[in-house]
Design a protein around this ligand. Structure first.
Ligand code: ADP
Ligand code: MG
Length: 496
């Protein structure tokens, strides 16, 4: 497959050098297997539901019984098209299924049906933020294929169990150019890809159940040198392990090279217990798989009308939604991107923003106070005890001067602990209303001025900090219900 490698090399010409690790540049390309969320398998009618008793969801086709033939699941193709449209790829009007031959107990046919020479989705780009920096990773392709079954090594002593329930589950394998330059960028890419496939509803994204599995191809080189030899870390199913595995692998490769050893192309596994990667097998070449077109399946021909129809039914994509948040709510690109991490978060934000008519404040509260509390309790936005309407009303009460920011935080705390409580009722019962009665406020101001002649003098002598001390006293005197801005104005007026 040296031809492919040269293509990768050519594709990297002119790309900026990434951050160096001990003088080496890190190069990463991803292959991701996303299980498509169809009810039945890609070439049979057996169920794809997770967690059933072993071998209860493998029909004659999945078991490769003689005389059975695969029949393409239209839902899987539709999902592949949706993905292609979401990332701006070319949808091949005609693609081909191939047999990838290898022998393993969990692969009853002795080959996996995949796409090789002509995949259904070609090219495309995934864009995302790494911190505040915008990144884009180019995709080579995304192709349809079937999953294999599972070998179970833990449940039987001295034996291996085979569960073929997963055999034939539809997969979309999404392959990038080696465009990533750090483990952090790789994780940010994987998170973005995860967001896209779940957003458009083609994959449930459950990483623990194996619905979204990433293989990270990692190599290192001196800046400007040709691409180094890569090792492929298989089946990373958590973002945390992904980063750890790549970091370990990068250090390991640099050490090898520094010690004068050449890197050998290999497939490796990450062990979360030791934090190390370990070679599993030397890498097969495409030739080892003896790919050839599957004679049981005709070419996959996609009617352009169907693509148009799917495009029309696509949900608003995260990028476009973020742009709309910038245009119509005046958010920064960073805020807009943060608020479009999931459809649930985006719609929460829109409800808050529309309720309070203060999009910027809405964003700040959601990404600040709310996100912080959700993180601590490991809750998703759907599980937030404070409803979007309530948060919107709360922000509205800051905006119309009823309560201060500080008071709002107290109200939020009550809302968090007692879901369903009414914002205005909390403000009332806790006595948090800002003192907007200037007569009452003026009395407190006079009292504080009289009791703190030293501060008054200092202020008059030009020490502006003395004013802060007076404001503090007045806020305290009003039990925090005075409007700080009003206090400032009153004070300045009184002190001349
Ligand atoms: P396979 O793993 O099936 O042989 P490919 O040769 O198409 O597949 O490449 C797989 C992945 O390896 C792609 O994501 C590609 O970006 C990445 N890759 C290729 N060369 C390198 C390299 N030198 N360093 C890091 N990643 C690489
Ligand atoms: Mg591979």
């Amino acid at each position: 497959m040296s031809e492919t490698v040269n293509t990768f090399e050519a594709q990297q010409q002119g790309r900026p050098t990434g951050p160096l690790v001990s003088g080496y540049e890190v190069i990463i390309g991803f292959e991701t297997h996303a299980q498509l969320s169809t009810a039945s398998k890609i070439f049979s009618r057996a169920s794809t539901a997770f967690g059933a008793e072993p071998n209860t969801q493998a029909c004659a086709v999945d078991l490769a019984l003689p005389g059975t033939l695969p029949v393409m699941n239209k839902g899987a193709v539709e999902r592949a098209i949706r993905f292609g449209l979401a990332i701006g790829a070319h949808i091949a009007p005609r693609s081909i299924f191939a047999r990838k031959n290898y022998f393993y107990p969990d692969l009853p046919k002795g080959y996996q049906i995949s796409q090789f020479e002509i995949p259904v989705v070609q090219g495309g780009v995934v864009e995302f933020f790494l911190g505040e920096e915008k990144k884009s990773v180019r995709l080579v392709r995304a192709h349809l294929e079937e999953d294999a079954g599972k070998s179970l090594h833990e449940d039987f002593v001295g034996q291996t169990g085979i569960d073929l329930n997963r055999a034939g589950t539809p997969l979309l394998e999404i392959v990038t150019e080696p465009d990533m330059r750090s483990s952090a960028e790789a994780v940010a890419y994987a998170r973005e890809l995860h967001k896209i496939v779940t957003w458009i509803g083609i994959c449930d994204g459950n990483m623990q159940e194996g619905s979204f599995r990433c293989d990270a191809n990692v190599s290192v080189r001196k800046p400007g040198a040709p691409l180094g030899t890569r090792r492929e870390i298989k089946n990373l199913n958590s973002f945390k392990f992904m980063q750890q595995a790549i970091d370990y692998e990068v250090r390991w490769q640099i050490e090898q090279i520094e010690d004068g050893h050449a890197i050998e192309q290999a497939t490796v596994l990450f062990n979360p217990d030791t934090g190390e990667t370990r070679a599993m097998r030397t890498k097969e070449d495409a030739a080892d798989y003896r790919y050839f077109p599957d004679p049981d399946l005709p070419p996959l021909v996609i009617d352009p009308e169907w693509v148009i129809q799917i495009r029309a039914e696509m949900p608003e994509l995260p990028r476009l939604m973020a742009q709309r948040f910038m245009d119509s709510y005046g958010l920064s690109e960073y805020d807009a991107t943060s608020l479009t991490q999931s459809t649930a978060l985006a719609s929460y934000f829109e409800t808050v923003a529309q309720t309070c008519q203060q999009p910027k404040l809405a964003g700040n509260w959601i990404m600040g106070e709310l996100a912080r509390r959700l993180n601590v309790r490991e809750l998703t936005i759907d599980q937030a005890p404070v409803a979007a309407i309530q948060l919107g009303q709360l922000i509205g009460r800051i905006q119309d001067g009823t309560i201060s920011n500080n008071a709002a935080r107290q109200v939020f705390e009550v809302l968090w602990d007692t879901p369903g409580e009414r914002v205005d009722a909390i403000i009332e019962s806790k006595g948090l209303k800002q003192m907007n009665d200037s007569g009452a406020l003026a009395q407190i101001v006079d009292a504080v001025l009289a009791a703190n002649p030293k501060n008054v003098e200092e202020y008059k002598a030009g020490n502006s900090k003395a004013l802060n001390a007076l404001v503090g006293q007045i806020m305290k005197g009003s039990k925090g219900t005075a409007n700080p801005q009003q206090v400032n104005e009153l004070l300045r007026a009184k002190l001349g």
